[in-house]
Design a protein around this ligand. Structure first.
Ligand code: BES
Ligand code: MN
Ligand code: ZN
Length: 499
């Protein structure tokens, strides 16, 4: 999809379909935006007539697609946004998706969306435009590579936005680039997540990284195989792949947009390409969804992609801990003790608490090799996070208030929200083990916090935060599919660092 900014005044524009949003409490023709006025005047007062006859009320998500005779535009889509002051990012995105649903079945090849005078409550015109792009991307996303009968693809390829006469053109163009880069990153993360575990293996993820490096001058990739990880002493990570036919990989991608001396910001992704639970086998129900246990890694891929498009002047290093968690004769057993790369030992009481076992070695590896300015790990780590926060907020835990605030702020502005939980020392003793330096589970209480407590023991020397995306990375049920979260949050977080 090509997204662009239309700077010409309404009468000079051209499109197959012009989308005019209207608020339900601004239906008087004197309230019309210049674009609405123009179309209304050229078409014998069509908008006014529809409003007077109450055929169009402007209520949220109402959409009306009409053929028009006006030379410049072939179709008009009136889109209801509800009351102006009630327009949130979520309701705005829903309305845009309703518009796309109507247009999808038409033959229009180009859209012109008028956002003149339309801003989401408490958000700028730039962010509003970004949300429109992300909403369009979400509604046209389709994962049908394994269906013999493909679903209909939308006919439109070009979407332009008209945002009025008094805009900051440079900033809006920038916002459109950011919106498209984030959208592409989200689609990449969704694709990787939706792929079956049999295809999206650690080796598959490693190939993705090599491809990204091949396509981008500013990115290099390094892949560590099991033999190298063994000689380094990454026994914790390797204990997870021990029962699998699929070998583990440590995948490193380095984006160098800053100067060589700049310390990199490190993103660590959990890439468990299938989590059966191992010997502590999971129950059968919805076990297919454990193909999504690499969504942390997928979000890092999506973010790295967005970054390579936007080219911020900063260094970002991705470390992906990729492994498959399976039971077999060589699998790790409850009660086994492993030595982590950091030297600390872990008693594995539950092989299903494997995310922290792969992440701890990846975090130590990052500390030893990259001198990180900061480190954020992203992981579908605990079912407990879904109990605590449901499916709207990503769990955030950090050993530093500054990085926590940066991530919360990025999530708020990009509309990909996180919520902080405590990481107090009081919780640490729950990990005490009789036989090793720590055990890998903390019991039933505060599961998300004890998981983060475990990781914090490997990030002591760094400014570190952990994002638990167990509840936000995918949706279950009839609309099962990856969400691409938290690519918007992470991309915004990186962009905010360059100002
Ligand atoms: N990948 C799961 C967490 C998960 C479960 C995410 C369901 C989303 C939906 C993780 O590896 C896991 O199994 N965690 C255990 C930890 C427990 C054994 C301490 C969990 O949450 O049950
Ligand atoms: Mn598990
Ligand atoms: Zn897992």
């Amino acid at each position: 999809m090509n997204y662009s900014l239309e700077i010409n005044t309404p009468e000079k524009q051209k499109s197959d379909c012009i989308v005019i949003p209207l608020f339900s409490d601004q239906l008087k023709s004197s309230d019309f935006t210049p674009v609405a006025k123009l179309i209304n005047d050229c078409e014998n007062g069509i908008i006014q007539t529809l409003i007077e006859r109450k055929d169009f009320k402007g209520s949220a998500c109402e959409s009306l697609l009409l053929p028009i005779k006006e030379e410049q535009h072939q179709r008009l889509l009136l889109l209801g946004l509800g009351k102006q002051e009630e327009l949130t990012a979520a309701s705005f995105k829903k309305a845009i998706q309703a518009a796309i649903a109507s247009i999808k079945t038409s033959q229009a090849e180009s859209l012109l969306i008028s956002l003149d005078g339309i801003t989401v409550h408490n958000k700028t015109a730039e962010l509003t435009t970004r949300f429109a792009i992300e909403a369009i991307n979400d509604s046209i996303y389709c994962f049908d590579q394994f269906k013999t009968k493909k679903s209909d693809k939308p006919t439109f390829k070009d979407v332009s936005f008209y945002c009025g006469a008094s805009i900051n053109t440079t900033e809006l163009k920038e916002a459109i680039s950011i919106g498209s880069a984030i959208s592409k990153g989200v689609s990449i993360a969704k694709d990787l997540g939706n792929l079956p575990g049999a295809i999206c293996t650690p080796i598959y993820l490693a190939k993705e990284a090599l491809q990204l490096a091949k396509d981008n001058e500013l990115v290099s990739a390094t892949i560590l195989k099991e033999k190298e990880m063994l000689s380094l002493g990454m026994h914790s990570l390797l204990s997870v792949s021990a029962g699998s036919e699929e070998p583990a990989r440590l995948i490193i991608m380095e984006y160098k947009g800053g100067s060589t001396s700049d310390q990199p910001h490190v993103l660590v992704g959990k890439g468990v390409t299938f989590d059966s639970g191992g010997i502590s086998l999971k129950p059968g129900e919805a076990m297919d969804e454990m193909k999504y246990d690499m969504c942390g890694a997928a979000s890092v891929f999506g973010t790295m992609n967005a970054i390579t498009e936007l080219k911020p002047k900063i260094n970002v290093t991705a470390v992906i801990a990729a492994a498959e968690n399976m039971p077999d004769g060589k699998a790790t057993k409850p009660g086994d003790i492993v030595k982590t790369l950091s030297g600390q030992t872990v008693e594995i009481l539950n092989t299903d608490a494997e995310g922290r076992l792969v992440l701890c070695d990846a975090i130590t590896y990052a500390e030893q090799h990259f001198n990180p300015a900061s480190i954020v790990d992203i992981a579908t780590l605990t079912g407990a996070c879904i109990v605590a926060l449901g499916h709207h907020a990503t769990g955030l835990l950090a050993n530093n208030d500054e990085i926590a605030d940066e991530l919360l702020k990025a999530g708020m502005s990009a509309e990909d929200k996180a919520w902080r939980m405590p990481l107090w020392d009081e919780y640490q003793p729950l990990l005490d083990s009789n036989f090793a330096d720590m055990q890998n589970i903390g019991g039933r209480a505060a599961g998300t916090i004890t998981a983060a407590c475990f990781l914090s023991r490997f990030a002591k020397k760094m400014k570190w935060a952990h994002l638990d995306i167990a509840g936000t990375a995918w949706v279950s049920g009839k609309n099962k599919g990856a969400t691409g979260r938290p690519v918007p949050l992470l991309t915004q977080y990186i962009l905010n660092k360059v100002g």
